[in-house]
Design a protein around this ligand. Structure first.
Ligand code: GLN
Length: 307
């Protein structure tokens, strides 16, 4: 028998696919070529059951949704204290690519904006392989599938990555970057170009919802404390300068990416992922935000709702 959850997800797509405002990101030329009408949603329970609808097999680059997972890896490798020494946990209230560090501490304000994510990437231990290989393997364990880089997206961003290079040199000059600026940016950009589907992302998010244990394999990929810390940072900083609107309206820890994906995590319950390439002024998917808002309302996901 067909699950009512699948019917619900089909309805969610059909009720939001008329929304055509916003534009795909164009500061990375390859992303501007995305089909703007692609749309998908997936949900994964902490038991590992995935429900998906729309263009659920369509692959797109993970972009900033890689940031929370890379941050978790850096914490596992270096310990929370060392990571906290270099990267803050305060919402910036600024755009994701703002050229700024906290004036008092000289640190990036949090790991969800580019400054913090570049510093994070440099903290991942390479363990005899490149950092990017390590990150890809980690994404593979989280999603249960081999994850590869979309080389066209990676080279397109590498060719236009001056702003991220500027950020890396700024970090380096204030002693907040553990690696070489060029190498850190190249690694960070390749990390962002990992190619995923909404089903992959729902499983990755469900691993966070499940306290760090991949729901299908039962493998503990992150310790409970890092997972809790990371989800707290996603809740306060994951949606950049729209973080307050998001927490009040949708009410779950989330992270968006400029290719049009958004993941959300309801601890102990479910991981969700949506995709649609047209973005609003904050760099968040317009249809994606609408789908997440409806999911939160219809399924009662808001964390602050008394049950
Ligand atoms: N790779 C992108 C960048 O650094 C990620 C930004 C995003 O998804 N918000 O600009």
């Amino acid at each position: 028998m067909r699950s009512p959850i699948l019917d619900y997800l089909d309805t969610l797509i059909s009720e939001t696919d008329h929304i055509s405002s916003g534009e795909p990101a164009d500061y990375i030329p390859e992303l501007a070529a995305a089909d703007p009408d692609k749309v998908a949603v997936a949900l994964c329970t902490v038991n590992g059951t995935v429900y998906a609808s729309g263009d659920a097999d369509h692959q797109f680059s993970i972009q900033s949704m890689s940031k929370p997972f890379a941050y978790a890896l850096a914490i596992e490798d270096q310990g929370l204290e060392r990571v906290r020494d270099l990267i803050g946990v305060e919402p910036s209230g600024e755009a994701f690519n703002e050229l700024s560090l906290d004036p008092e501490t000289g640190k990036p304000r949090n790991p969800m904006i580019n400054a913090g994510a570049i510093a994070t990437h440099a903290l991942i231990a390479s363990e005899g392989q490149s950092r990017v290989e390590r990150v890809l393997k980690f994404f593979g364990s989280l999603s249960g599938r081999t994850i590869e880089i979309d080389e066209a997206v990676a080279s397109s961003e590498l060719a236009t990555g001056d702003r991220n290079l500027g950020l890396a040199y700024l970090l380096h000059s204030s002693g907040q970057l553990a690696g070489d600026p060029q190498e850190s940016v190249t690694g960070y950009i390749r990390q962002c170009a990992a190619s995923v589907t909404v089903s992959d992302l729902a499983l990755m998010a469900a691993t966070l919802a499940n306290g760090g244990v991949q729901p299908r394999t039962g493998e503990r990929l992150l310790c409970r404390e890092s997972t809790r810390h990371l989800l707290s940072v996603m809740a306060s900083c994951g949606m950049y300068d729209a973080a307050g609107d998001w927490l009040t309206g949708v009410g779950i820890p989330a992270k968006s990416g400029v290719a049009g994906g958004i993941i959300g995590v309801l601890p102990g319950q479910v991981g969700v992922a949506v995709f649609s390439p047209r973005l609003d002024g904050h760099g968040n998917s317009v249809r994606g935000v609408e789908m997440m808002q409806r999911l939160s309302e219809d399924l009662g996901l808001h964390l602050m709702e008394a049950s």
